[in-house]
Design a protein around this ligand. Structure first.
Ligand code: UD1
Length: 368
């Protein structure tokens, strides 16, 4: 039997922890020949290389090194380079993850070359088309042949949009596979000490990078004012995303504020801090899921979430994006910390279910 060639694509920081457990499993399975493509949408070592090392990812078979650009430039550049790879490799399927520009670009290339597309994290919807990620999710799902779904809302949205039932597979959450796999190492990290924290000192952890939150100076100023007030009760650690770094001005964090700005952290160090944090304040998608899996209160600095299970079952609270709403949410969890539970199939075994669903799809497409 000839192994079925599968190209797995990653490109931006949040893709790598979802790909790692799946690529590890597929590389150990003779039925698959798994190629890894890194588009290079994120290129700083802190945003990309460090994650490959932390996650024990193999060297990519292709490094596309596309770098930054406007949405059209970045997406177009990824498409041009990925088309050549697909034409040369003739894979049986292309697997894309999440909702970044690399996801939509590679799904579009594969679909036009009649190569089946597998979408990890399919069906999530914020119903907010002003977010670039929502456009990426919608278009990728229109083009996909197999939907690997993390939570019930994803399957519901796909059905509502008319997706065929046999293409939907509820597999759980690959990101949580990585989290459980690396948790012990993360707990052993001395990152808290390196950040100047005392043993058992309480702190909050902040991340911010959504264009809607950080690209507008007034918007960012309001959020930072809320964080400054919160930091009077609880010191905050804030690893700063490159997009945010270029927008934060000196007025945003001043003398007397207990907010410590850090460079972006690797996967293990960030997980080590998140594990110990009293609360996480974030506008990330994935961190809403990780805090739910860890049972740590999360205030999401957004008005909506494409991951509603983290609010319905997990520890997540939508805090809005203005100073008043963020401080109200902060007071709310001070009065009554939100308890949660781990959603179904977020059990560290999603990679196995993804592998089985992909194999079934390949069999339907004539691979034996
Ligand atoms: C992208 C994703 C977003 C994801 C986020 C995680 C899209 C549309 N957005 O947003 O969904 O949550 O990654 O981080 O795909 N930069 C660097 N070094 C890097 C990468 C970027 O300095 O390694 C700077 C560049 O100046 C760039 C800016 O950060 O212009 C933004 O990067 P970009 O890749 O455009 O989008 P993100 O904001 O990172």
């Amino acid at each position: 039997m000839q192994a079925a060639k599968l190209i797995c694509v990653g490109g931006a920081r949040p893709n790598f922890m979802k790909l790692a457990p799946l690529v590890r499993l597929l590389r150990g399975d003779d039925r698959f020949q798994t190629l890894l493509v890194n588009t290079g949408q994120h290129y700083d070592d802190q945003m990309s290389g460090q994650f490959f090392r932390d996650l024990g990812m193999p060297e990519p078979d292709y490094q596309m090194e596309v770098g930054s650009g406007s949405h059209a430039v970045q997406t177009g550049e990824i498409m041009k380079r990925f088309e050549t790879i697909v034409q040369n490799e003739q894979p049986r399927a292309v697997l894309v993850v999440g909702d970044v520009n690399s996801t939509i670009a590679c799904a579009l290339v594969a679909a036009k070359l009649h190569v089946p597309v597998v979408h990890v994290e399919a069906g999530l919807r914020s119903f907010d088309r002003s977010m670039p990620e929502e456009i990426n999710r919608l278009v990728t799902d229109v083009l996909s042949d197999l939907f690997l779904v993390t939570e019930e809302s994803g399957a519901f949205n796909l059905r509502t949009e008319g997706a065929a039932e046999e293409k939907i597979a509820m597999v759980g959450n690959l990101m949580i596979d990585s989290l459980f796999f690396h948790l012990k190492r993360a707990e052993e990290s001395d990152i808290a000490r390196r950040c100047g924290l005392q043993e058992n000192q309480s702190f909050g952890l902040v991340t911010l990078h959504r264009p809607a939150n950080v690209d507008d100076a007034m918007q960012l100023a309001g959020i930072m004012e809320a964080l400054r007030e919160i930091s009077q009760d609880l010191p905050l650690l804030f690893p700063v995303h490159p997009r945010t770094r270029s927008r934060l001005s000196r007025e945003n964090v001043g003398e007397g504020d207990c907010i410590r700005l850090l460079d972006p952290l690797g996967y293990i160090d960030f997980l080590g801090l998140m594990r110990r944090a009293a609360v996480v304040l974030t506008d990330s998608g994935g961190i809403q899921e990780e805090t739910t899996a860890l049972g740590i209160p999360c205030l999401t600095i957004r008005d909506n979430t494409e991951r509603p299970i983290t609010v319905e079952q997990g520890t997540n609270i939508l805090a809005g994006t203005c100073k008043k709403s963020i401080l109200a949410a902060w007071e709310q969890i001070g009065r009554q910390p939100k308890q949660g539970r781990i959603p179904p199939l977020w059990d560290g075994r999603a990679a196995e279910r993804c592998r089985d669903a992909v194999w079934q799809m390949l069999e339907k497409h004539g691979v034996r």
